[in-house]
Design a protein around this ligand. Structure first.
Ligand code: UDP
Ligand code: MG
Length: 338
């Protein structure tokens, strides 16, 4: 399975000025629109570039379309993951494959306008910073549910992680080679990039943009993936929940002592044992608390376990840049030629 590691930036060919990393999962509807809009922007940059399209194990015609676009867009490169690994893992795969001096990550659905890449690139060169965050100045096109959950997520993470993460920063950002090398060198596998990059603390600036509506197709972020991202974020960047468990146990202990005193006093006064209802309530409440603490501990133990196993967050099946050495598996070929 040596084919699974994509070559990193320095291994193959000259490094372009700019790499655009685009994660794609079942994006057949939006892909032609994306190419139509992205290509003129990049061609107009007057810098050499590459586009790394990371096909995150799509089950629709995305790989077929990508093969078609490969033929007449020489700057396009396709990295296909063997199975759906998720948005963050797909971006991580793209960052490892990227060869550019500057690297942009952008969604495929045109919610992040490609034209902003030019602004980011110029801002980086002029202001001599390592990171340019795309900041959403207007999210009115996202659903109310998405806006509220995202707002709560960023507020919570700001408090828990004490990081200065911009309220509306998503995964649309430009990074220098040094930044991407630093991210690639991190041992953790389930990286939440929108938190990892600010943690580095490299010099940065922001560029505002209007978040558009998804150009075609449907959101690939069901609630289950949003929850996964939140759990990864909280456990990856904060020990506060662990401390919460300790505080709960302190409170539980205090309550237990008070109860003991109460029992002793009522015994001395010859009082009758109080009803079973309160006992049941107390037992139930404390069992719940214990389970909660166990659950929190389990999250961290699980993470430690995962980190120890060093299990990759994704597997690469195919890289168009190495197409001669790296034949797609039969299964992938089947998809491509379908
Ligand atoms: N995506 C991915 N793997 C996934 C889910 C999403 O690569 O498992 C990509 C998707 O193709 C898109 C980007 O991540 O380019 C953001 O996803 P989406 O637009 O569906 O999320 P939303 O904007 O609804 O939060
Ligand atoms: Mg989207």
């Amino acid at each position: 399975m040596e084919v699974d590691t994509p070559l990193s930036s320095t291994d193959i060919g000259p490094s372009p000025a700019l790499t655009v990393v685009v994660p794609m999962y079942n994006e057949e509807d939006v892909l032609p629109l994306f190419v139509d809009r992205m290509r003129p922007v990049l061609d107009g940059l007057q810098a050499d570039y590459e586009v790394v399209a990371v096909d995150d194990g799509s089950k629709d015609a995305t790989p077929v379309l990508l093969q078609r676009f490969l033929r007449d867009w020489p700057q396009l490169r396709v990295v296909r993951l063997r199975a759906n690994a998720g948005h963050q893992a797909a971006i991580s795969a793209g960052l490892l494959a990227a060869r550019g001096e500057w690297i942009v990550t952008i969604d495929a659905d045109l919610q992040d306008p490609p034209e902003t890449i030019a602004d980011m690139y110029h801002a980086a060169l002029e202001q001599d910073v390592d990171v340019v965050y795309g900041v959403r100045t207007d999210r009115s096109t996202d659903s109310a549910f998405k806006r509220h959950t995202a707002g709560a997520f960023y507020r919570l993470m700001r408090r828990l992680s004490k990081l200065d993460i911009s309220h509306d920063a998503g995964d649309f950002r430009l990074m220098s080679r040094a930044t991407v090398d630093a991210v690639n060198a991190l041992p953790e596998n389930n990286r939440v990039l929108r938190l990892v990059v600010p943690t580095l603390g490299f010099p940065s600036t922001t560029v505002g943009y209007r978040r558009d509506e998804r150009a075609a197709g449907e959101s690939k972020y069901p609630l289950s993936k949003m929850i996964r991202l939140s759990v990864d974020s909280v456990t990856g960047f904060s020990l506060a929940p662990l401390r919460l468990a300790s505080w709960f146990s302190v409170i539980g202990f205090a309550v237990a002592i008070l109860l003991m005193i109460y029992v002793v006093i009522s015994k001395i006064n010859g009082g009758v044992a109080s009803g079973w209802a309160s006992t049941v309530v107390i037992v139930a409440a404390f069992s719940a608390l214990q389970l909660l603490c166990l659950g929190i501990l389990g999250e961290y133990v699980g993470r430690t376990y995962n980190a120890m196993q060093q299990r990759p967050a994704y597997y690469v099946a195919y890289d168009s840049l190495r197409a001669t050495e790296l034949q797609p598996t039969d299964e992938d070929r089947h998809v491509v030629e379908r």
